[in-house]
Design a protein around this ligand. Structure first.
Ligand SMILES: [Zn+2]
Length: 477
């Protein structure tokens, strides 16, 4: 390589041109094991693991003393720059992935939502353009928003050509992205034929629409009507129905944002019968209760998300479902809207409030503080819930979700004693409200390494627009 010799002298190799990091004295925690040691990263990958490594020509040595070291978080359920109800979620791929990195999440998986009549690959190309400014690595799930003659073929193209082995189905929102049962069945069968995984938003869409109209007609137009239009029974029913349809179609299903006892019970029942079915919940459902909809001055609109925040008794059912393995993943469903100018679109009618809230930055801190620290889940299970399992379920493992030779150098140095208070005034989300405003946390990332570079350190983001890479995923080992 004469060019390098000219530039770097005759002993230089390609490796010398690649940024290196040596992480020392780590209390390294993965889903499988925990050990003390050093990690060498070169060229964006983990290249050496040992109890003690000598410093080489690394650009940076990180002392992890007093810290835990986790594989970077993987959030498989986020919506950057998503059009909803006449507006667009307020984090784009740049601000959203930057916020993710600041919280220890180094990989996201977002979605493609084709318009009805639009080809999936055309929608994918447009979405990849929007995502190209991401600062962290990302994948995309394809939402099957309509069913036509060519849909099954497009799904095959997604799996075989585009690195998309996962499809989202909506049982609600039938006017825009949701499917009728007959179409759901086609999509489940197509997924089965492709060995793909299906993510499902499970609510009884027709009844939700009926209740929304009935509440509005009766003059209930404020945000407090939102939870009444989407009771937990409708989530339980849809979850149960989907488990049965999925089993008969032979599809592997992952229910997103499980919020309530009824849905957790439906999942447990299907799992007991031996079917491969997975479930996700989110911090807002573990930590907030329905009283948020009583907040005055339209502040309640910030909590309009679907499914809604449930009465407090459901929280324990969700923690129990995490403990027992009925739920395998904690994601965020990050989909922020400002109260001013966005949520306000529904000031006179809750049906026009764009549904969604910010969360991608705080998933690890909240689950660590309120799960691990409170003794509700074990430390290694925490790593599994926020990183390893989502990586495995969506075809990213072991490149993501592991600390192993050859894996991407995505590492979180976690200070278990650091404390903080979540607030919209300090978060990195592009959003004027936080649904976790005032929540105190113990345990925060102090340094985040992604793609082999220090991208967050002591409150300082060092990200580069467009540095995030599209992740082609595969479920076939
Ligand atoms: Zn979502």
């Amino acid at each position: 390589m004469p060019e390098f010799a000219l530039l770097w002298g005759k002993h230089a190799t390609l490796e010398d041109l690649i940024v290196g990091i040596l992480l020392r004295n780590g209390d390294i925690v993965t889903a499988e094991k925990r050990w003390r040691g050093d990690i060498r990263c070169r060229g964006g990958r983990i290249v050496e693991l040992a109890e003690a490594l000598d410093a080489g020509s690394e650009d940076e040595v990180l002392d992890a003393s007093g810290h835990l070291v986790f594989p970077g978080g993987v959030d498989p359920h986020v919506h950057m720059q998503l059009p909803v109800a006449g507006t667009v979620s307020s984090d784009d791929f740049e601000s959203g992935t930057a916020a993710a990195l600041a919280g220890g999440t180094t990989t996201i998986v977002d979605f493609v939502h084709p318009e009805r009549g639009e080809s999936f690959l055309a929608a994918l190309a447009a979405r990849r353009e929007e995502a190209s400014k991401a600062v962290a690595d990302y994948g995309l799930h394809m939402a099957v928003t309509w069913w036509g003659e060519e849909t099954a073929r497009w799904m095959a193209d997604c799996v075989h050509q585009e690195g998309i082995p996962s499809f989202k189905l909506y049982m609600a929102y039938k006017e825009t992205v949701g499917l009728e049962d007959a179409q759901l069945i086609h999509a489940l069968e197509a997924a089965h034929n492709l060995d793909a995984r299906v993510l499902v938003h499970a609510e009884h869409g027709d009844m939700v629409e009926h209740l929304r109209s009935r509440l509005a007609a009766a003059g209930s137009l404020g945000p407090e009507a939102h939870p009444r239009s989407r009771p937990p029974e409708l989530e339980g029913e849809a979850t149960s129905r989907m488990t049965i349809l999925a089993e008969l179609a032979g599809a592997s299903v992952y229910i997103v944002h499980v919020t309530c006892r009824q849905a957790a019970e439906a999942l447990a029942k299907a799992q007991d019968s031996g079917w491969e079915i997975y479930g996700e919940t989110c911090p807002q459902y573990l930590l907030l209760d329905e009283s948020v909809y009583e907040k005055p001055d339209f502040e309640a609109a910030s909590f309009v998300i679907a499914p809604p925040i449930r009465p407090a008794e459901h929280q324990e059912a969700l923690w129990e479902a995490l403990r027992t393995g009925v739920l395998q993943v904690v994601a965020t469903d990050h989909c922020p809207f400002n109260l001013e100018g966005q949520k306000e679109l529904g000031r006179n009618d809750f049906r026009r409030i764009p549904g969604g809230a910010a969360g991608v930055e705080h998933r690890l801190a909240l689950l660590y503080s309120y799960g691990v620290k409170k003794g509700r889940i074990e430390l290694q299970q925490f790593v599994d819930l926020v990183s390893t399992r989502p990586a495995q379920l969506f075809g990213l493992y072991p490149r993501k979700g592991s600390i192993s030779i050859g894996a991407d150098a995505d590492l979180v140095l976690w200070d278990p004693e650091a404390t903080g208070t979540i607030s919209a005034s300090t978060h990195h989300h592009n959003c004027d409200r936080s649904i976790f405003e005032g929540f105190s946390v113990t345990g925060l990332p102090s340094t985040v390494v992604a793609a082999g570079r220090v991208q967050y350190k002591d409150g300082d983001l060092r990200v580069e627009r467009g540095a995030g890479r599209y992740l082609a995923r595969s479920l076939s080992a």
